[in-house]
Every structure is written in C-alpha cells, then in structure tokens.
Design a protein around this ligand. Structure first.
Ligand code: GCU
Length: 427
C-alpha cells in the first residue's frame, strides 16, 4: 500500500506573484524594422553590440539594463512571439504518496491559472522520500503524459490530447496501456536517489502539439489576450514557455523543493523550451537543452542540420508568423541563437548533443556556446572552457556530445546529474 503523506489533503494555495525577469508584452515596438528592411549580417550578430544604435556593451549593468531587454524583445518580435508576462496561479495538491517500493515520493499538484478557464496544468513531482533538505528540481515537459514516465497506477493518467505515436494512445487519448511507456527516458529512481526532484508536465496541458492547428483554438492561447500585431503572436513554443513559467511560479513557493535551484531540461523541441524559459526567466537557475537543434541551442545561420525553411514548413505552429520570413534569408536575422544562450548568463547552461544527431546540428550548437561565452565572461563567469578541442563539461557554459543519435536516456541523465551536482553540490 502506498504511504500517504500527512499533508496530502487537497490543499489549495494561491501563489503571490513572484518577481519575474520576464518580457513585457505591452511595450510598443515601433522602432523595430520590417524584415525586408533589416540589414544583411553574414557574421553572427555580436553579443556585446546593441542592435539599436550599435552601442558597445562593456559592463554587467549595460548588459542587464540595455542589451538583455533588447534581445528579449527581438526574440519575441522576430522569432517566438509575445506571451503573457504573468498570470495568477492557484495550486492544489491532489495526491501525495510514496511509490516505487518506498523509493520515490509522488506529489500531484494541479495548477489553475489566469481566470481559470484554461485547462489545468498537472505537475507530477517526483521527490526523494526522506529528504533532509529541499532538493534542486529538474523541470521538464513530456509529450505523452506523466503516467508514461513510470509504471505506477498512482500517477494520474493524462486526460489531455496525445499524439497517436504515444504509448497506449487510442484516438489521441491516453489509456492505461501507456503507463511507463516512456520510462527508459526518465530514470526517476536514480534522479531521486541522487537527491534531486523531477517536476514533469504533459505539454498538452499547456498546448497540444497539433501540427495541423495553426489557429490556436486549443491550449492556453484562447484564454489570454496578448496585445500585439498578428505577426508577433505567440506560437506553441512560446505557449509551452509560458506554461513552464507558471510551474516555476508554483515551485518557488513549494517548500518540498529548492525554488532557488530550478533546472529546466528538455529533449529536442522541449529543449528549445528549456532554453527559452531560462533566457526569459531568471528564477530558473540552470538550463540543459538536450539536442534542441534549430530554434534551440544551434545557430539559425549554420548551414548544417535543420534549416528555417524546414522547421517553419514542418511545424508552422511553433514560432510566430514573422520567423518564416527568414526562410533562406537567415543572414537577415538581427539575432541568432547564441544570444538566447547569452541571456541565461551567468547561470550554468549545458547544451547536450549526440554525435550522429546531425539534424539537431551539434557543431552549430558548439559555435553558439562559443559565441555566447563573452557574455558569461562579462558577468564574471569563466564561460566556456576548452582544452584544445575538448570542452570542460563542468564549466558554467558547456557543450557535450555523446556517441549515438536523437534520443534521451540513462547516459544523458548521468551527464545532466554530473553537471548539476558540480554546480549545486552533491545532494
Ligand atoms: C523534428 C524537428 C526538430 C525537433 C524534433 C523533436 O525533428 O524538426 O526541430 O527538435 O522534431 O522535437 O524531436
């Protein structure tokens, strides 16, 4: 029988607004040129020179006050779209039990947000069962539902839309047959044994990854009004980022985790979100975008891997309606992805890759972290550290490539844990 924790009664907590270094969707952006008027830049835009006025950034204050806000606006305007800065979040503990033969504590927290009309976000918190201090927490999206992460009937079965390829999916709905179907990607017992927590969220609770849905009739989109031109509206990657930020709202107020040591981690399209969320929200202490590729940690200007033409054609709902104007015209982008990495500085960031995962472009991601390093250095970090061609894994800013292709598994988690333990100390 699972052990029930004393505080497992459905407690409702209304979270105060935590200060958030988020962008403002309401600021007018009259000075930003149309894509057709942007200058060509064959080289990567310099991290330490402003776009407006070509001012040189030579101090941490100038970075924080001038360049970082400018970059966040540029990324929202030209790439991801603008999403709501804040929303009121209410947390309800639905279940709090011990599972996996006593090795893991599972706490199901349901978040409602805004006016409460949007679908709730179900957070599966997997915790060390007998932690003596609040553990750092990995925060991750998964495409198929929290019940696919571990085969345990206590974990709530998702009621949100699932892709037909998800384990146990029938007519785009989750079924009992899917329990634990993605467990090899999520070594929960190991994560918890090493003293970390995992907060997992089914991305469809925020926005279904419905590739034929560019009208944004489902998920969070219809429940929030963002006052921007149609070409700057938020796509699915921005919506997922908004949802991750609402989970951060909860985590910083939940005494079962260390709200000052939140790590966003994600594979592939969810790696793009892990990076974007950390770039826009300084409450996130570390980011590990894994094989995040185009629109993530690799460069749009890289000639390797997935092009903008490919990603905007295959996934028209991921970005805003301005980004496709850069298809085959990447050199006109006023930003590139090294600048998104730079926005995480000086917080630790590890971009992980697979040697055979050429679509996600590991060399382009290495160039991106190299080009972000001057910002880490400006902010007092040693940034990327190399010995010849070897990158030091434990540096504040790092890149790693293991043998193999596009996947997430135990070996990757061993790397994530090594990086996190180095920066946060063994738990
Ligand atoms: C596709 C897409 C990538 C994405 C990946 C994934 O391959 O082109 O950009 O990262 O799916 O999410 O698995």
């Amino acid at each position: 029988m699972p052990r029930r924790h004393p505080l497992s009664v459905a407690a409702v907590l209304i979270l105060a607004f935590a200060p958030c270094a988020c962008s403002s969707a309401s600021e007018p952006l009259p000075e930003l040129p149309a894509v057709s008027e942007l200058p060509r830049r064959d080289e990567l835009p310099d991290a330490l020179t402003t776009f407006i006025g070509a001012r040189s950034i030579d101090s941490p204050d100038a970075w924080r006050d001038v360049r970082a806000p400018e970059l966040r606006r540029l990324f929202q305007h030209y790439v991801y779209g603008f999403w709501p800065t804040t929303a009121e979040v209410r947390s309800e503990v639905i279940k709090d039990v011990t599972i996996a033969g006593g090795k893991v504590r599972y706490k199901h927290v349901r978040l409602t947000h805004g006016d409460g009309s949007a679908p709730p976000i179900n957070v599966a918190l997997f915790l060390p069962p007998a932690a003596t201090r609040a553990p750092p927490v990995f925060l991750a999206l998964d495409p198929c539902g929290n019940h696919t992460l571990i085969a345990d009937p206590e974990v709530a079965l998702s009621s949100a839309w699932v892709d037909g390829l998800c384990p146990g999916a029938v007519d785009n709905k989750a079924t009992e047959a899917g329990r634990g179907g993605r467990a090899e990607r999520w070594p929960i017992a190991l994560i918890v044994e090493r003293g970390f927590a995992l907060a997992a969220v089914h991305e469809s609770d925020i926005d279904p990854d419905n590739r034929d849905d560019t009208s944004f009739a489902d998920g969070v989109h219809p429940h929030y009004q963002v006052d921007v031109a149609p070409a700057q509206r938020w796509g699915t990657i921005a919506a997922w980022t908004f949802g991750v930020q609402r989970v951060v709202d909860h985590l910083v107020a939940d005494s079962d985790v260390d709200g000052k040591r939140i790590i966003t981690v994600g594979h592939s399209r969810r790696g793009k979100v892990a990076l974007l969320a950390a770039a826009f929200d300084e409450r996130i202490a570390m980011a590990i975008p894994h094989q995040s590729g185009t629109g993530g940690a690799t460069l749009s200007r890289s000639s390797l891997g997935e092009s903008l033409f490919a990603i905007n054609g295959l996934f028209p709902h991921w970005f805003n309606d301005t980004f496709p104007l850069f298809n085959n015209k990447e050199v006109f982008l006023p930003v590139d992805q090294h600048l998104l990495i730079a926005l995480v500085a000086p917080r630790p960031l590890l971009a992980t890759n697979g040697d055979d995962d050429s679509w996600a472009d590991p060399p382009g991601a290495l160039r991106a972290v190299e080009a972000a390093s001057p910002v880490y250095e400006l902010l007092g970090s040693s940034g990327l550290q190399k010995n010849g061609n070897d990158v030091l894994l434990e540096a504040d800013l790092s890149w790693h490539s293991r043998p193999g292709g596009h996947s997430l598994g135990l070996e990757d988690w061993q790397t994530f844990l090594r990086f996190a333990e180095h920066h946060f100390g063994a738990q």
